[in-house]
Design a protein around this ligand. Structure first.
Ligand code: ADE
Length: 253
């Protein structure tokens, strides 16, 4: 997968050179291109921002440097194909990170891994000229109901969350399948050695070697946590008969 980032602070993305994302980049599962709109300014001061029409506080990112940066990305040889296919919106998407976007969910990350090429536009200041969003952006995502000082951290979160879903990025694929939210449920609790620490024991069932019982316990713990901490997640989930029974029992207890 190829991701082009448009950011005034491309250095921030060096955080992705570590861990699973770092390995995915090294193994070429992920190609990360960093593009700075300041390189596409046309005045001697290299101006990327301006005051908002109608007045009000703060500055906005100008249309032209962003548009030229975007055009440059789609003219780049290695993704010429992506450009061609972008016309039919088949294989490339332009995403803008902002608090006004759709709240990013695990299911969105999964869906985004289906594209060959993504462009992530990171806003700074009060945001970007609305005309660029209208003309060029396919999807707008927010990572939560709070305001960050720029889209970079949000873009990194999107890239990180998405990379771990790319086939081969995480050594043990099962750990991704069991992640919280993968199936709209929170993860069950995990324990490692020793079996007792400071007087606190690991739940007996995990030491039993009985995998059926262990799976049952984990499923129940997932449902219990979701019920206690994020009951809203259960509204969007098609629960099996067995899960409904477990929930009914948990509510009684
Ligand atoms: N930029 C600033 N705040 C943001 C948020 N909550 N999500 C995505 N991008 C942002």
């Amino acid at each position: 997968m190829i991701i082009d980032v448009i950011s005034l602070m491309p250095e921030m993305f060096s955080a992705l050179n570590y861990g699973i994302t770092g390995r995915a980049i090294q193994n070429q599962l992920l190609t990360l291109n960093l593009n700075n709109p300041r390189d596409f300014t046309r005045d001697k001061h290299r101006t990327v921002d301006d005051t908002p029409y109608g007045g009000g506080p703060g500055m906005l990112m100008k249309y032209q440097p962003l548009k030229d940066c975007l055009d440059d990305i789609y003219n780049h040889k290695s993704i010429a194909q992506a450009k061609e296919e972008r016309t039919s919106r088949n294989n490339s998407k332009v995403i803008y990170l902002s608090p006004q976007g759709k709240r990013l969910q695990q299911s969105d990350l999964k869906k985004l891994t289906g594209w060959e090429h993504l462009v992530l536009i990171c806003g700074r200041y009060e945001g970007i000229d609305e005309r660029l969003i209208q003309q060029e952006v396919d999807e707008e995502y927010s990572i939560g109901d709070y305001v960050l000082s720029g889209g970079e951290l949000a873009a990194m979160i999107l890239i990180d969350g998405m990379t771990r879903l790319l086939p081969g990025a995480v050594g043990d694929n099962e750990s991704v399948v069991n992640d919280s939210f993968y199936d709209n449920l929170l993860d069950y609790p995990h324990y490692t050695r020793p079996a007792e620490v400071d007087g606190h024991k690991v739940p007996e069932v995990l030491l039993s070697g009985n995998h059926e019982k262990i799976n049952q316990w984990r499923q129940e713990q997932s449902l219990l946590r979701t019920l206690q901490r994020r009951p809203d997640l259960l509204d969007d989930k098609n629960l099996s008969h067995e899960q409904l029974e477990i929930i009914a029992r948990l509510k009684n207890e």
